[in-house]
Design a protein around this ligand. Sequence first.
Ligand SMILES: Cc1ncc(COP(=O)(O)O)c(C=O)c1O
Length: 318
Amino acid sequence: MSRKAFAASDTEWAHHGGEFVRLGDVRLSPATHALNYGTGVFEGIRAYWNESRGTLQVLKLREHYERFEKSCRILQIELPHTIDELCEITLEILRRNAPREDTYIRPLAYKSIESVGVNLRGGSELSIFTVPMGNYVELTGLRCAISSWRRTADNAIPARMKATGSYINTALAVDAAHRAGYDDAIFLTQQGFVSEASAANIFLFRKGGLITPPATADILEGITRDAVMELAEKELGMPTDKRDVGRTELYAADEVFLTGTGFQIAPVTEIDDRKIGTGEMGPVAGRLQELYFAAARGEHPDYTDWTVPVEVVEKARR
Ligand SMILES: Cc1ncc(COP(=O)(O)O)c(C=O)c1O
C-alpha cells in the first residue's frame, strides 16, 4: 500500500474569491453547496522542479485548464476567468510560494451557495492552491485488484467531468483495495469492460501493441494518457489502439501500466494475484517513463512546449 497523502500549508499563497490570499485565511461555511452535495470540479496539475535551471516546469498547464472549463460546463459552473488568466494566476501563485521541489496545483470550482436544496443553480467560487508532491505511488511495480465497485456511468455521474463528488466512487474502491492489501483498484464499467484505475488511466502492452480503453469506457480523458500516446507513437513508433478491453486481457498482457498526473507512469506488476508479464516493470513502460520524465522536467528538446517554466527566486517575497 504505497499511496501517499500530501498536506496543504496554511501559510502558502492561494487564489480564492478573486484574490491572492494565504490558504489559512480562507474560511468556508458548512452550508456550502459543494460540501453538502459534491458539486465541485477540480484539476490536478504538476510542476516539476528543475534543479539545474532553478525553474519549476509546469506540465500541460493549458490542457488542464481546458479540461477544467469543460468540467465546469457539465456542472453549470461559470468561471470568472479565461483560460489564459487561469494560467497566469497559477504561475503567480507558484512565483509567490517559490517551492524548490515538485509541486501539485489544485484548481477547484464549486457551487458556493449557502442554502439547502439540490440543483445546479446558484453561484460558484474558484480556488487554486498548491501542495508539495513527490511520487504519489511507487513507480517500480504496483499490485492491483479489479474492484467490486463499478465505475460510475456517463449518464449517472460522468467520469469525463472531474467532479469532487465522483471521487466517492474512487474512495470506496481505493479503500477496499488497500484493506485487502493491494496498492490500487481497477474499475470495470457497468458493462464489464476495463475502465481505468482509481485516479489514473490504464494501458496494456499485448501482442506487440499498446491498447487503452476508449473515451466511452467511463474514463477521465487523461492528459497524461494523451501525452503517453504521443510519446509511444513518435518515439517508439507504436500507435495506441483505443478499444474495449476485457478483464482477462489484463491478466494476459505482457505489460500493464497506469498514467496520470499524480501516478505519472506507474507499471502494474500484479493484478488479482496474477503476475503480469515477467512480474517486473517491462521495457515499454520503462522507456515511456524515461521519456515522460525528461519531457515533464523540460529537458527533452522535442517536447519543450509541454511545460511552462517558472523561475523560482528564493522566498524573500513572502
Ligand atoms: C479518475 C482519473 N482518471 C484518470 C486520471 C488521469 O488524468 P490526467 O492524466 O489528466 O491527470 C485522473 C487524474 O489524475 C483521475 O482522477
